[in-house]
Design a protein around this ligand. Structure first.
Ligand SMILES: [Zn+2]
Ligand SMILES: [Zn+2]
Length: 337
């Protein structure tokens, strides 16, 4: 099968992703073999390529926003039939036995495996996964529309859950890429009385934010019209943590949706940035419950993902654009026509 593999970590500008011809994997008894239609590109792919998040092995096939059809299945598989359209997320498997798994926090499981980091992901024509970690996709979405729902969307949904918003609270979004442009649509639907302020350095992202209902747009470091009750930081930039805390109201919460920051979080003067019960919470990974909660909601709202499509062979160029905020929203790689 055709695939794009990462052989060694390096800056994306050196174009380290290379075409390869790999054997089609064979599903175990509990696994499905899926034929990949499209796979979303994600900032986490960049973190792996550039070594901020180390893949368990090299070479590896990246890609964890996979839209595919079931091509074959192991003999114990009961959830899917050949031909079903499924989505695959960052969570490839979890142990199911540890304390974290037992209380529904499989996103924190020590034994969990991550798609495209510990096992081969969706930058290839085929992949295998346990039937328990694949999801039927709402028919409303095309393959390309569904792709960004599977990471940007699901983890955005988790971020929103951890923010514990109540209707009417003032919300700030830092960064406005693939995840935030989905999150604002959930906020407008679930919390119609909450003004949303969007902090982005890109004029095109600010325009998109306004079209999706942002009450104000500015840059990280600017003063919004009012203090925030809840802030969500989607950027890879450490300084945004400080900037968000600077405009967070007393008792407010900052939720950080980033697996790695590319620049350090600056020193935080306690009295100015943290005192008065301001909280910081990071978001790590996703659970199956996040995917199962979000996908039907996305169809119900309905979320309209803004996507740009590219051939899989353009993966290096797409990720260079992503790194430099040159994409309008979510990048989708077309694997099989
Ligand atoms: Zn991702
Ligand atoms: Zn576990």
């Amino acid at each position: 099968m055709k695939a794009i593999v990462l052989n060694k970590t390096s800056p994306i500008e050196e174009r380290p992703l290379e075409a390869a011809d790999l054997p089609i994997p064979t599903p175990d008894d509990n696994q499905i073999l899926v034929k990949v239609s499209v796979c979303g590109a994600c900032h986490t792919d960049l973190d792996e390529i550039e070594g901020r998040l180390t893949p368990t092995r090299l070479p590896i096939v990246l890609g964890h926003q996979v839209v595919a059809t079931v091509a074959d299945k192991g003999k114990a598989v009961t959830k899917f039939e050949t031909g079903d359209r499924v989505g695959i997320t960052w969570l490839y498997s979890a142990c199911g036995k540890c304390d974290f798994c037992q209380r529904g926090e499989e996103n924190l499981c020590d034994q969990a495996k991550w798609t495209g980091k510990d096992v081969d992901g969706g930058y290839a024509e085929y992949m295998v996964i346990s039937e328990d970690f694949a999801y039927l996709l709402p028919e409303r979405f095309s393959d390309s529309e569904a792709a960004p729902l599977l990471c940007a969307g699901v983890i955005g949904y988790r971020t929103l859950r951890l923010a514990e918003i109540t209707d009417g609270q003032i919300i700030g979004l830092f960064g406005f890429g693939a995840s935030a442009h989905i999150v604002i649509q959930i906020i407008k639907y679930k919390f119609p009385n909450s003004p949303v302020f969007v902090f982005t350095k890109t004029a095109e992202h600010a325009k998109l934010a306004e079209s999706l209902g942002a009450a104000w747009t500015g840059r990280s470091g600017d003063q919004p019209p009012a203090k925030l009750n809840k802030a969500m930081d989607f950027t890879p930039v450490g300084e945004c943590v400080r900037d968000a805390l600077a405009v967070l109201d007393r008792g407010g919460r900052l939720v950080i949706n980033a697996i790695r920051k590319e620049t350090p979080v600056p020193a935080l003067d306690y009295a100015r940035y943290l005192w008065l019960e301001r909280e910081i919470k990071s978001v790590a990974n996703v659970t199956r419950a996040d995917a199962e909660g979000f996908l039907p909601l996305a169809a119900q709202i309905p979320i309209v993902p803004t996507i740009e499509e590219f051939p899989l062979t353009d993966a290096n160029e797409v990720l260079i654009k992503l790194k430099h905020s040159k994409l309008r929203a979510a990048a989708v790689l077309k694997v099989c026509e």
